[in-house]
Structure formats: structure tokens, C-alpha cells
Design a protein around this ligand. Structure first.
Ligand code: HEC
Length: 200
């Protein structure tokens, strides 16, 4: 009986060892995941992604994508509007879909470690308010996408209110700073106080 017990103990030890090895290799896999360091500051991300896409959705209030296809604008001297080029490839409602997806999908971008605001302060990725506002915007994007799928101008117009709220809830705290000596319209003091909750 004794030797048998001993071999059971060896087997058990091997299982433990095997589990430790498996854990280690999982950790290694996790750490060898590709990393995507920040390239732009937060303002660049806002201006490049959120601004154009939110505006496209806001424009649905006054332009029905079912009836109005944006007129081609070939106003540049060589007949090519290089900024708008490509935007006519998809149907107007598809463009609204894509803009809504762009609000709903990239919130992880706002948690990229190492990203800075224009004033050099780190994006407050770990603050509960920041996380809450980022989630609120993703939810607004999902609402806009659902509305766009109904192909109803009214439904999308209603969703724009949800988007506006999501943008401004975060901006009130982290962007449009106001307080003693800080006016949100003053680009110097206001910008210096962005991305921090305590006025400096
Ligand atoms: C989670 C917070 C948050 C949300 C949500 C958010 N923003 Fe921002 N936004 C900021 C902060 C902070 C700045 C200032 C960034 C900086 O100074 O680098 C900013 C800056 C901007 C700017 C640049 C302003 C300038 O000075 O030129 C634009 C444009 C902008 N946001 C648009 C939007 C739009 C549109 C939405 C909604 C669809 C939105 N943002 C949602 C936090 C947010």
C-alpha cells in the first residue's frame, strides 16, 4: 500500500506542476498580446473620430437620408473634393449606420494608457467619472445605431439628443472648465484645466 500512496502523491504533484505550467503559459500569451500605443492626443481623437461622425448623425435632423442624397461637391479646381471623396460610395442610410458604429465601438480608445490631452495631462483613464461618461457615449452610439436601422428620420433625430447629452456630460466635467478665473471660452485658462477635475 505504501508505495502506491507514494506514486499517487507523485501524480498529484505532477498535476499541480502541470497546472502551474499552464497558468504560466497563459500569462505569457496574455503579455505577448499586441500593444497599441497612443499616437494622437485626446483632442486629435475627438476631432478625427467623434466630431465628423456625430455631426453626420446630427445632420439627419434636417436632412432625411431616405430622400436626400448629398450632392457631389466638386468645387476644387481639379474637380476632386479630396476631403469628401468616397463619401458618396455608400447610401446615405449606410453612412448614418457607420457613424453610429463609430460612436459605439471605439470607446476602448479613450482608455489607451499613455494618451495625453492637448495640455500634456494624462487622459484620466482610471477615474470612475471618465469610465461612466465613456460608457454613456458607447450606449448613445448603440441607441443611434438601433434608430438608424429603422431608417426613420424621426427615430435618429430623437437619438441625437442622447448623443448630445453624452458628449456634454463629459465635456462639462473634463473639457469646458469653469470656475474662479476659468472661463470655458478662454482658450488659455480653459485648455490648461482640461482633463483634470480640480481646477489648477
Ligand atoms: C469621456 C469624456 C468625453 C466624451 C464622452 C466626449 N468628449 Fe469630446 N472631449 C473630451 C475632453 C477631455 C476634451 C479635451 C481634449 C484635450 O484637450 O486634449 C474633448 C475635446 C473635444 C473636441 C476638441 C475641442 C477643441 O478644443 O477643439 C471635440 C470636437 C469633441 N471633444 C467632440 C466630442 C463629441 C462630438 C462628443 C460626443 C459624440 C464627445 N466629444 C464626447 C472628453 C469627452
Amino acid at each position: 500500500m505504501k508505495p502506491r500512496r507514494a506514486s499517487l502523491a507523485v501524480v498529484a504533484a505532477c498535476i499541480v506542476l502541470f497546472n502551474v505550467q499552464a497558468d504560466r503559459s497563459q500569462t505569457q500569451n496574455a503579455t505577448s498580446k499586441p500593444s497599441f500605443p497612443a499616437v494622437g492626443n485626446l483632442s486629435q481623437v475627438m476631432r478625427g473620430i467623434l466630431f465628423p461622425n456625430a455631426n453626420l448623425i446630427f445632420n439627419v435632423q434636417t436632412h432625411d437620408p431616405s430622400v436626400q442624397k448629398p450632392a457631389p461637391d466638386n468645387s476644387s479646381s481639379d474637380g476632386l473634393n479630396w476631403i469628401a471623396w468616397g463619401s458618396n460610395l455608400y447610401s446615405p442610410w449606410e453612412l448614418v449606420d457607420y457613424a453610429a458604429v463609430t460612436l459605439a465601438e471605439p470607446p476602448p480608445l479613450r482608455f489607451t494608457p499613455g494618451r495625453q490631452c492637448e495640455n500634456g495631462k494624462p487622459v484620466p483613464v482610471n477615474e470612475p467619472e471618465w469610465i461612466k461618461f465613456t460608457q454613456e457615449l458607447a450606449e448613445a452610439g448603440r441607441t443611434a445605431y438601433k434608430a438608424s436601422q429603422t431608417r426613420s428620420q424621426d427615430a435618429v433625430s430623437d437619438a441625437t439628443a442622447v448623443i448630445t447629452d453624452a458628449c456634454s456630460h463629459c465635456h462639462q466635467v473634463y473639457r469646458d472648465r469653469r470656475g474662479p478665473g476659468v472661463d470655458p471660452r478662454d482658450p488659455v485658462t480653459s485648455k490648461a484645466n482640461r482633463c483634470v477635475k480640480q481646477l489648477q
